[in-house]
Design a protein. Sequence first.
Length: 331
Amino acid sequence: MIAGGFPHSPFRIGPVEVPNRLVMAPLYEITDQPFRRFIRELGGPGLVVSEMISSEALIRHAVKAERMMAATGERPLSMQISGGRPEALAEGARLCEAAGADLVDLNMGCPASNVTKGGAGSALLKDLRLAERCVTAMVQAVRVPVTVKMRAGWDASQKARGEFLDFLRMFEAAGVQALAIHPRTRAQQYDGQADWTVIARAVEAATAYPVIGNGDVNLPEDAFRMVRETGCAAVMIGRGALMNPYLFRQILEPGLEVTLDMRVDAVLRLFRILQDLLEPREALHKIKKIGAWFTKGVPGGHTFRHNLHACDDAAALLGAIEALRRRGGAA
Ligand SMILES: Cc1cc2nc3c(=O)[nH]c(=O)nc-3n(C[C@H](O)[C@H](O)[C@H](O)COP(=O)(O)O)c2cc1C
């Protein structure tokens, strides 16, 4: 048994109780309202984080950003915002709180250059003082807990100097109530392996708030190993849950086998939710994107993705999904 009762026991982020130790990572253009409903219904994560929402777009009342805040009946829900200006982040945090967020998360990890060139995402890791002003403005703006998701640093030399530990101390003083850490640097993007020793160092340094470990958890045993090796309070999973949306359940229910039928059912279930909540074209666009992730490494997956790409209506899509199921039957 791992200390802290992983994965079943609840944990707290300030006053917010998270019912278990598994967190669905924020994924841009994926962890929107339909996906969050889907992954919760499928069973597993105690907390699901929204996709990154630009605070600058929120304060302009841009329609896309406002739609990203849509949420009904999801508890607890964390909404993640990005930005590099304290005033915009404070207002963005207020808007998320008003839209029903139980937690507001600051993105200090996004490596995309269209985000960092505006001073947002992982660019904040280059400026401790600005990051402090951003975090403090958010903490002062809302009653709900403010959390941060960060990388291990901007580049290898910053990581080697251990500057992320200065950020951790700053978070504590500023009133941050949880930290998720993805221990690649910005320069690494998604290359190489996530260096979990960074998570272990963060756990040791952060005494005032829980540290959520993230990076390269693709199998149930990875989650247990991350907790054993780092002592993190919870495990956050991104790509692993896209390649296998049952991963959370497999961590909670050891021995659960995931069959091709179950994967096909997952694609169908997500498509129904997308159809329920989105316009038909948008639902089709999303299922093509996410359905492709769900079938990586699955027998018949390559053909399915090819067929999926060519679908231009729901009937064709349902045909492609059923063909994948039959392919499994024939295997
Ligand atoms: C398609 C995609 C979209 C992502 N979008 C976000 C985002 O909006 N906010 C964020 O903090 N991280 C984002 N990330 C990073 C993930 O949350 C996570 O930190 C990273 O994928 C490492 O975890 P994993 O190995 O479990 O995938 C994204 C990653 C991917 C692959």
